[in-house]
Ligand binder design. Structure first.
Ligand code: ADP
Ligand code: MG
Length: 256
């Protein structure tokens, strides 16, 4: 059965989508069967995988409302080498439409259970909030990957996320744990970033992934070509780092 990971951090612009798309492509490169789920109504992960969100007939919205299965709604990212359960603006309405339904935070978990044997990894790109959508991601997951920039306020935001994950663990999903903190957009020339990185390692120890993702403009350029950075420019430093991260994740799940 697939291992399911949420890429979450309630801050926007911290590299969630970049991490989800490039980890998906990196895992595909090392031979893993991957489903990427876009849980953000902005649909950036969908577009960044080369899927036009405006052309989708079925999306994760239909899956959450139980009018389609994952098998029916998924599409293939040929360039990325993985399947995509896409999202577009329609998903913003799900928040309200789910208010009155039973087990509303378990909808994604139930849907993925039916598709779990088709994949080794399911990666869920969460929106920048602790909303019902993110809650669906956290309830479905075995673990959370937290991308973060090594900046002063990054540590502050982490407390809220850690508390939310603790609450979900206690009340809704006993499987859930933080798999690791991923240092992204890292610039070793900046002393503060080095200091925060050291603090992170001192405090969270083996919960900090060994791989560090550097700041690399090629990763930022790739989505405008509808490609994961890992595919757009495989030799770029950011791309090789994400492939290293994929290998680290493959090792991690062996001990889960
Ligand atoms: P989030 O999904 O958390 O909002 P994104 O993945 O969309 O964050 O990243 C925010 C911005 O930073 C985007 O413009 C993205 O291209 C850019 N970015 C992300 N990671 C890197 C990186 N390692 N190097 C350079 N730019 C990056
Ligand atoms: Mg995003």
């Amino acid at each position: 059965m697939a291992k399911i990971f949420c890429v979450a951090n309630q801050k926007g612009g911290v590299g969630k989508t970049t991490t989800t798309v490039n980890l998906a492509a990196g895992l595909a490169k090392v031979g893993q069967r991957v489903l990427m789920v876009d849980l953000d109504p902005q649909g950036n992960a969908t577009m960044g995988s080369g899927i036009d969100k405006r052309q989708l007939k079925l999306t994760v919205y239909d899956v959450l409302l139980e009018s389609a299965s994952v098998a029916e709604a998924k599409v293939r990212s040929d360039k990325g080498g993985f399947d995509v359960l896409g999202a577009n603006r329609e998903l913003a309405g799900a928040e309200v439409e789910l208010v009155d339904v039973e087990r509303r935070e378990q909808r994604l978990k139930t849907a993925l259970a039916a598709a779990g044997s088709d994949y080794d990894f399911v990666l869920v790109d969460c929106p920048p909030s602790l909303s019902m959508l993110t809650l669906n991601g956290l309830c479905a997951a075995h673990g959370v990957i937290v991308p973060m920039q090594c900046e002063y306020f990054a540590l502050e935001g982490l407390t809220d996320l850690v508390n939310t994950i603790k609450q979900v663990h206690a009340n809704l999903n006993r499987d859930l744990k933080i798999i690791g903190l991923l240092r992204v957009m890292f610039d070793p020339r900046i002393t503060l970033q080095q200091q925060v990185s050291e603090q992170l390692k001192a405090h969270f120890k083996d919960k900090v992934f060994n791989t560090v993702i550097p700041r690399n403009v090629r990763l930022a350029e790739a989505p405008s070509y509808g490609l994961p950075g890992v595919v757009f420019d495989p030799a770029a430093r950011g791309s090789t780092a994400y492939v290293d991260f994929a290998a680290e994740m493959v090792e991690r799940i062996k001990t889960m």
